[in-house]
Design a protein around this ligand. Structure first.
Ligand code: ADP
Ligand code: ZN
Length: 618
């Protein structure tokens, strides 16, 4: 029996030639080759790779190379649909089995599975675990099980899905079928849980670097967030697709309006919207070019869109894990992208309050506060953001300058902040640790407000001792002292700033304090500088693409995508469009050499694409 309908029937094909003929790709990336070889020869494994690292090929290729059908467990219906659309475009016999199918449609898929007519079948976990489905799989010829988003089995993780727990049944029922678990979540505890729950003890883990060299990290001081966001988009990402994250529904709506009225096409997405509206906005974001989606964190998991050029945070996420995951949705295609966040003291206070007011146990609250502190330290660091981020995930980083984060591109000035810190801490102390940032700053700069007079704070020795710094600088001092843990905002007392145990050392002059200057306002311009360590950028970028041809190709792609009701990137990736526009192929053979053009795409679109190139030449 032939392993696959798309492959030659007689001689067994090797992985590289399938990579080339089906996916149109010239070479493996990173650990892909080793993983594919391991799984194809029947081994189990755990694969940890960052978003955009190329996890899909790690199970898609072995499914094509082995006898039978590869079963992919994925929690996300939208993602399954888009992956299957992409596979069908490449000529692979793929299908889904989930709740969106009618009974007849599902029966047809089941029939094809039993007939050996499928190479890949995507199944929702709850579906897979039904007795009917398990018995169906028992009768079918199964090439492998791929458990995507495997961190969803972890009860400690941030994406726990109860239906994933039952997946341990796979190892019990099908001990001889290889299992490959994949995730982009790195932490040790989650990793261990995946291994035990999915029966992978003793199987190798393939752990890639979590660096995303094409993402530029940038964290700015929040002043007027909507205006800062508009400037960021129009100066750096005009016409690009992006995601803006906000904490509340109201802020999502306001921000989407603000962007739209500034001429930036933006759509809201949050749980309060009607399901139809939400689905429509998501589809437009995925299928159209250059749409910005403004969303709560409910948005993004399972969005496979490769050409998201920026992710902006207007509110602080909960943890470095969340920040990494959300920013990771930018630049899956390996092209230059931005992760931009505006953050201020109120963000720390707000997140702290959310933790304090949550119903979790004390242990849970302590863990949450630790995670928040780590993120705040990332936001306040004067060192390389990438180094901090990777260090948090336990990855050693070589060199201290990544060349592609704000601090490396424009190093902040550090100054001795001991005296400023002492002035601030004494002011908090002398005013009874009952006031928030605003009032402390009024006292420091000697402003005779109503409140200052009311409490006789103008009579204190600290009144006006901080005139050497302005309000913005004092805010930065407070933020950093909170980040360092010398000061704490008490959410039960109107965010009064209170001294912590460690503040004593600062007041006594025993603790050295280095503070970064309030952002001098240097803006990083367009993402021109290339990351030094990256090798993900498509080769085609070496040659400048021909702009009119590129536009013509995009317009053609939009047409085809509409006709076939698939996302534009399923027809051709941006990098493939750029590759064609740069190389201007004249023959089918030349076209076939462009990454992303496999046999099926050549057959379907080759002549049309060559005609477009020729007419752009005329
Ligand atoms: P992940 O699931 O790890 O987030 P994907 O499997 O979606 O990543 O792959 C991310 C992008 O990288 C896709 O656009 C894919 O086409 C591309 N890609 C994957 N492997 C390769 C490769 N070997 N060569 C070129 N592009 C690749
Ligand atoms: Zn850096």
């Amino acid at each position: 029996m032939s392993p696959s309908a798309v492959l030659p029937r007689d001689n067994a094909p090797d992985a590289l030639s399938v990579l080339n003929s089906v996916f149109g790709l010239p070479a493996f990336r990173g650990a892909q080759e080793e993983i594919v070889r391991h799984v194809t020869s029947g081994g189990n494994c755990l694969v940890l790779m960052p978003t955009g690292g190329g996890k899909s090929l790690c199970y898609q290729l072995p499914s094509l190379l082995r006898e039978g059908c590869g079963i992919v467990v994925s929690p996300l219906i939208a993602l399954m649909r888009d992956q299957v659309a992409g596979l069908l475009e490449a000529g692979v016999n793929a299908a889904v089995l989930n709740s969106t199918l009618s009974f007849d449609e599902a029966s047809e898929v089941e029939r094809r599975l039993l007939a050996g007519d499928l190479d890949l079948l995507y199944v929702a976990p709850e579906r897979l675990l039904t007795p009917r489905c398990l018995s169906l799989l028992g009768q079918a010829n199964i090439a492998l099980f791929a458990i995507d988003e495997a961190h969803c089995v972890s009860q400690w993780g941030h994406d726990f899905r109860p239906e994933y727990i039952g997946l341990s049944a796979i190892a019990e029922r099908f001990p001889d079928v290889p299992r490959i678990a994949l995730t982009a979540t790195a932490d040790e505890m989650t990793r261990k849980e995946i291994v035990t729950r999915l029966g992978l003890t003793g199987a190798p883990s393939f752990i890639s670097s979590f660096d995303r060299p094409n993402i530029r990290y940038e964290i700015v001081e929040k002043q007027n967030a909507p205006a800062q966001l508009k400037a960021f988009i129009s100066e750096r990402h005009a016409g690009d697709a992006g995601i803006v994250y906000c904490l509340s529904r109201a802020k999502v709506e306001d921000t989407a309006h603000a962007l739209t009225s500034a001429g930036i096409p933006a759509l809201p997405y949050h749980a309060g919207l009607d399901a139809g509206v939400r689905a429509r906005n998501q589809d437009r974001f995925i299928n159209e070019d250059g749409v910005v989606i403004v969303a709560t964190i409910a948005f993004g998991m399972g969005i496979d869109k490769p050409d998201v050029r920026f992710v902006a945070h207007l509110d602080l996420p909960k943890s470095i894990e969340a920040y990494y995951q959300e920013t990771g949705r930018a630049g899956r295609d390996g092209k230059d992208s931005s992760a931009w966040m505006a953050y201020g003291l109120s963000d720390i206070v707000q997140q702290r309050r959310m933790i304090d007011e949550s119903t979790g146990s004390d242990a849970f609250k302590r863990v949450s506060i630790g995670k928040l502190d780590a993120l705040v330290a990332l936001a306040e660091t004067a060192g390389c953001r990438r180094g901090r981020l990777l260090g948090y995930f336990g990855e050693e980083v070589s060199g201290s300058n990544c060349g592609n984060c704000d601090n490396c591109l424009s190093p902040p000035q550090l100054r001795d902040g001991k005296v400023a810190a002492q002035k601030l801490l004494s002011t908090a102390y002398r005013t009874g640790q009952r006031f928030g940032a605003m009032h402390l700053i009024d006292v420091l700069v000697g402003r005779l407000t109503e409140k200052v007079t009311q409490f006789n704070h103008d009579k204190l020795s600290v009144f006006g001792i901080g005139r050497d710094l302005n309000e913005k600088q004092w805010r930065a001092v407070i933020r950093q002292l909170v980040a360092m843990g010398h000061l704490r905002a008490d959410s039960e007392a109107f965010n009064a700033l209170k001294l912590t145990e460690s503040a004593r050392g600062v007041l006594k002059g025993e603790t050295e304090i280095m503070l970064r200057e309030a952002a001098p306002g240097t803006r990083i311009r367009a993402n021109r500088a290339k990351s030094r360590r990256g090798d993900l950028a498509p080769r085609a970028e070496a040659k400048p693409a021909d702009a009119p041809l590129q536009a013509a190709l995009r317009a053609w792609r939009a047409d085809i995508a509409r006709q076939r009701s698939v996302p534009a990137y399923v027809v051709l990736h941006d990098s493939t469009i750029d590759g064609i526009a740069a190389a201007r192929p004249m023959t089918l053979n030349d076209l076939r050499n462009i990454p992303g053009i496999g046999d099926k795409k050549l057959e379907h679109y080759g002549d049309e694409l060559l005609a477009l190139v020729r007419s752009a030449d005329a």
